[in-house]
Design a protein around this ligand. Sequence first.
Ligand SMILES: [Zn+2]
Length: 300
Amino acid sequence: MKFRLVLATTLLLATEGLSRRTCGSDNPPTELIEKAILFKAMSKFKPGSNPKAAEEDPAPRSQVIPLHIHNVYVNKTRDQGYITDEDVQNQFNVLNDNYASTGVSFDLRTVTHTEDKAWAMASRGSTAELNMKKTLRRGGYADLNIYIRPLRSGLLGYCTFPEDIVKGSDKFFLDGCDVLFSSIPGGASTGYNEGKTATHEVGHWFGLFHTFQGGCSGGDLIDDTPAEASPASGCPVGRDTCRGDQYPGLDPIHNYMDYSDDPCLTEFSPGQTVRLYQMWDHFRVPQGSSNRTITRTSMH
Ligand SMILES: [Zn+2]
């Protein structure tokens, strides 16, 4: 009896693992959480107000982000990780569309395709991952590098959060986002193939947390994303996991930083836009010069 119960639980977990978004970016660095707490305390922004008029700079902001996309594949077939330049362009277009409301746009500076099984399948934290990124990474800390590859761990993607880094350190080279190749627009990951995994992961790169980070009482430290106890899956309209007067609003299931299916994800909140620029100004701009890191390309 006990055995059957354990078996049933195992099967349930296995099924869940296949049917919900899996992002590996669960643990923001302590310094980033502390910074988010500080920004939240300082914020003049209130839900419902114009985010672009809430902070010191009242002018609508825009920011162009240099983007470098690296496709790393096992062999040159679509089911082994290879994507075409047209696929890259489609993913790039989705990123620009999804970030349009924030004023962020991306400038595609580099596209690389590399056949290397060890790199394509490298798990997070492995030597192969570090070697791959030491070779392929382009630009400075304000340059976004996205690696589109098979991964291996069952994840749709993962990304680094911004933090204080030392130029040329392993942390610097590892900075960027990894995205499952089949999550690109038209890819094979049913329910997650509109390219919004990249949008979600890049949100972490900007310093945004999951909407369910910290659950009802902890929250994601953004004022206008309603509290959410756990990740959403599918598109559960009306879901409300944190009830009571202290938790107004339904779960933010349409927010790019939740776990809903791609068709369900449609927005960043105004408060997230404010936070994105706060983190950008604090971490990425001061450490962003690419001049001193370009020489790294000679290591290839
Ligand atoms: Zn995530």
